[in-house]
Design a protein around this ligand. Sequence first.
Ligand code: GLU
Length: 497
Amino acid sequence: MTTTVRVRYAPSPTGEPHVGNIRTALFNWLYARHTGGAFILRIEDTDQQRIVEGALEAIYDSLDWLGLAWDEGPRVGGPYGPYIQSERKAMGVYQEQADQLVREGHAYYCYCTQEELEQMRKEQQRRKEPPRYNRRCRTLSAAERLRREGMPKVVRFKTPEEGDPIRVNDIIRGDVAFAPATLDDFVLLKSDGFPTYHLACVVDDHAMHISHVLRAEEWLPSTPRHLLLYKALAWDPPLFGHMPMIFGPDRAKLSKRHGATSTLEYRDQGFLPEAMTNFLALLGWSLDDKTEIIPREDMVRHFSLERVGKSPAIFDHAKLEWMNGVYLRQLPQDELANSLSEALHSHIRKTHQQVLVTPSPDYLRNVAPLVQERLKTLNPQDVWDLCSFFLVELPEYGEGLTPKGLAPEVTRTALQATLVILQALDSFDAATMEAALRPLAERLQLKTGQLFGVIRLAVTGRTAAPPLFDTLSVVGRERVLARLAGAITKLSDGKRP
Ligand code: GLU
């Protein structure tokens, strides 16, 4: 058996990779990086009917986005290629093993048609028996076989009819036993010459010298079949570890119902890859049962299969948002300014918003520290909602101009006094403005918070916004004064906003 760790992520291109599926990729990647082993990408596309156009690209994009580079696989090659099963099929690798298994009496040809199998299933249902192949073709005589020569056929594995249970000694789940009778004479090669998952997976894991098969728990029932195949082919099996299921907060299997499930959707919603990988790593693994924020180098340093749990992991969207916020706050200002710029440009392009100030990274370098604290994602809409008043001529006054508990006249007087004071200032920096305006509150017999609330609403259109004076400074003298004057006019018009 190989001693160096070689693990694989073996997705089927049947759609955009689900976050649960990418968790499998991440755990394999972490294990490979932790042990200094190899992380292999293999594309399992033998179920031709289920292939979805664009899914292959989505797999590559998801891994690229999360920074899970593979050491061997499509695009990068490697010593055991090709790494796409349809290409391997074209080379005859699966046919060869299927033929050998038939020759050696471990498998047989089955000529039963779809209709016959359907009929069989119905009868079993009526008799309340579990559905399984009745092994009719297993005992065909030579003459019967000859008569069927040229008919469409599949290759089935001869599963032992009885005997000792097949034991999977799972690294994560411990010893799991399966009665041979429950395994059925499963198909190895389909009538179109394509291998089934079982055959292709075993042949390739062996050919690619995989040391550990780490996959989701849903594949556990396949593992006894795979072990039987290894035995029949006289190959040493790899070690197996099945990762826990992922549930939504309602303890049902994670599905669309719980929100986005495609990995790339999270990218498009403005989540950071660092936050996503940290979050996914904690779906089944933990460092010490309490640490939540774990930088990637630390995950690599500490990852171990011993700390992968058996019980289902809960995908909690609110926690992901929180974690994303933590990572966003750690971003260097320049990087954040670039990302904000990208998000804002994308929003403006999509919605044809009119802006006065182009959201250039340069301008946003001043905005970034002001919004960083409140940012949850880099989703264009969220970023726009948070930053729009920095860019437009006039903010939207959806929340009105008069803070709760103040009369419009008081608000107007406060704004007029503010305007006079700000107009007279030589410098528009935050400290100067604050020093000039604080005494005003007392003069007007307002609480400082009330006065600042009035100014905040007039300049930003929001009751909650970044630190007021820094905001005024970034919005700039000209626009601040114009907004104050505009607000005063509105309030004077007698329009009760
Ligand atoms: N092709 C399977 C999937 O789509 C891989 C299962 C395995 O890892 O063996 O998840």
